[in-house]
Design a protein. Structure first.
Length: 293
């Protein structure tokens, strides 16, 4: 089917903004031209892609399917353009990184600082998502590489994975409110007698912990699920429960919080840097990855 790239480009801008006027502004064409392009694409595909009303624009199911395919293609073209413009120099370009806020704060910041000082003309964009959702960003071409906890159920053989560090997860509690536990050794069953604070179910940490309890034939029902390890530490410090966090988050809170000893040792996890095997990385991205050798 012979369909112009420009029609798909217009479709993409309307689909992500759900606004013909916003697409018009970003594409520097008239709103009428945007509307005509969408009509032409719908005619060629023989499908209605948008539900139009006076107040809003919505994607049809067919439009949503098309967007899932067009978005990675648009991002791939953008990446190719950027790499060509960047050529072999390190005087420009962009690095798009996906990582959780915990990984950014406790691991990435020193590397970003050092790289930015050495290559100030390279633009660094960081998108915060859970490790699971970062894989989606990588798949649709929104980022060049991600930093993720491993294991990660969303990673498969289509990704290049390099391990950077190893860490352990801990159950931690407040000395003020749970001091009697500091010199005890608890089983997974005994932990269930206390309110558990942990990251939400869409995180690799949650996947990992639920799996550990299932291996002991136990169902974990957390008291609180959040999107931030730092907030979990704050809530643990005021006695709302026992938090489950990576060990590298605890170093500055040891006066008020302590790790709980377990009868069954938790296996370690790893921090990994990941990029797609199918898409070549730019010189800027390659240079940044070399910082972790």
């Amino acid at each position: 089917m012979d369909i112009s790239y420009e029609l798909y480009k217009v479709f993409y801008y309307v689909a992500v903004s759900l606004s013909f006027s916003e697409a018009s502004r970003k594409l520097y064409i008239s709103q009428s031209a945007v509307s005509q392009s969408i009509k032409a694409l719908e005619k060629k595909l023989n499908q209605t892609l948008f539900i139009r009303s006076t107040k809003k624009v919505q994607l049809t199911p067919e439009g949503e399917i098309l967007l899932r395919h067009v978005e990675p293609a648009i991002n791939l073209i953008r990446r190719g353009e950027a790499q060509i413009l960047e050529a072999s120099t390190m005087n420009g370009g962009q690095i798009r990184i996906g990582a959780s806020d915990t990984i950014c704060r406790y691991f990435l910041v020193p590397y970003l600082n050092r790289f930015h000082k050495e290559y100030p003309n390279i633009h660094i964009k960081v998108t915060n998502q859970t490790s699971v959702k970062c894989v989606d960003l990588l798949e649709n071409g929104s980022v060049d590489l991600i930093f993720t906890n491993y294991p990660n159920s969303r990673l498969d053989h289509s990704f290049h994975i390099r391990f950077l560090a190893e860490f352990h997860d801990l159950f931690i509690a407040s000395r003020k409110y749970y001091g009697e536990l500091e010199h005890q050794v608890l089983s997974f069953q005994e932990l269930l007698d206390y309110p558990i604070l942990m990251l939400d179910r869409k995180s690799t940490t949650s996947e990992f912990l639920h799996s550990m309890f299932q291996q002991h034939q136990l169902d974990l029902v957390p008291e609180i699920e959040l999107g931030s390890n730092d907030l979990l530490l704050d809530l643990a410090s005021i006695g709302l429960g026992i938090a489950f966090v990576p060990d590298f988050c605890l170093s500055q809170r040891l006066q008020e919080l302590f790790p709980i000893a377990l009868k069954s040792e938790l296996p370690s996890r790893k921090l990994a840097i990941v990029h797609s095997e199918r898409i070549p990385v730019s010189n800027a991205v390659l240079q940044f990855m070399n910082c972790f050798c």
